[in-house]
Design a protein around this ligand. Structure first.
Ligand code: AMP
Length: 194
């Protein structure tokens, strides 16, 4: 089983690439942002709880995220691999992910990060806000999301570097170019594993 974490700041293009990777390799794409947005849209108790936090560009609590991921793993015990997009986002989540995977004898296989500079990220996020009407993409909220990334998510780079699981790919270029680089890095990693 291949457990891939697609890593990077908001606006790096994780969602787009995660869908393509999942399709190519036949893996399950898990976007915690999509799961949470769907709960909000349906007005479930969970959705009501997280709506304001998400709209402000802050992080939802580790406890809720861990609960969500536990249920994802239980429901998808038969898949060949996962593409995790947007999880883990804190050190606590990363450690809990290791615990969850170890319950079925699994580990994180590879962390692939999309590297995009901050100026480019803000531009992309503002364009996306206009195109998709995403409530969490106003300028103020974008700033919050980047601060959350710097304070809570970026430290994961060292966590995964220490385990020699971290690989970085330049995230600027055409979708296909970036996808090809990501795919070949995964294939390379698969052949080393065999
Ligand atoms: P995303 O679509 O991945 O950018 O996620 C949208 C929003 O959902 C984030 O700004 C957070 O409020 C929330 N969210 C998604 N994943 C997580 C996570 N792993 N930990 C905490 N909050 C999350």
């Amino acid at each position: 089983m291949f457990n891939l974490i697609l890593f990077g700041p908001p606006g790096a293009g994780k969602g787009t690439q995660a869908v393509k990777i999942a399709e190519k390799f036949g893996w399950k794409h898990v976007s915690t942002g999509d799961i949470l947005r769907s709960e909000v849209a349906q007005g479930t108790p969970l959705g009501l709880k997280v709506k304001a936090v998400m709209e402000a560009g802050h992080l939802v609590s580790d406890e809720l995220l861990i609960e969500i991921m536990e249920s994802v793993f239980v429901k998808n015990s038969d898949v060949k691999g996962f593409v995790l997009d947007g999880f883990p986002r804190t050190l606590k989540q990363a450690r809990e992910l290791d615990v969850m995977l170890s319950k079925s004898g699994q580990k994180v296989t590879l962390v692939l990060a999309l590297k995009v500079d901050e100026h480019e990220l803000v531009g992309r996020l503002l364009t996306r806000a206009l195109d998709q009407g995403r409530k969490d993409d106003t300028e103020e909220v974008i700033k919050n999301r980047l601060v959350q990334y710097h304070n809570h998510t970026k430290p994961l780079i060292d966590y995964y570097k220490e385990q020699k699981l971290f690989r970085e790919v330049y995230g600027v270029g055409s979708i296909e170019e970036i996808f090809n680089t990501l795919s070949s890095t995964i294939l390379e990693h698969q052949s080393i594993q065999k």
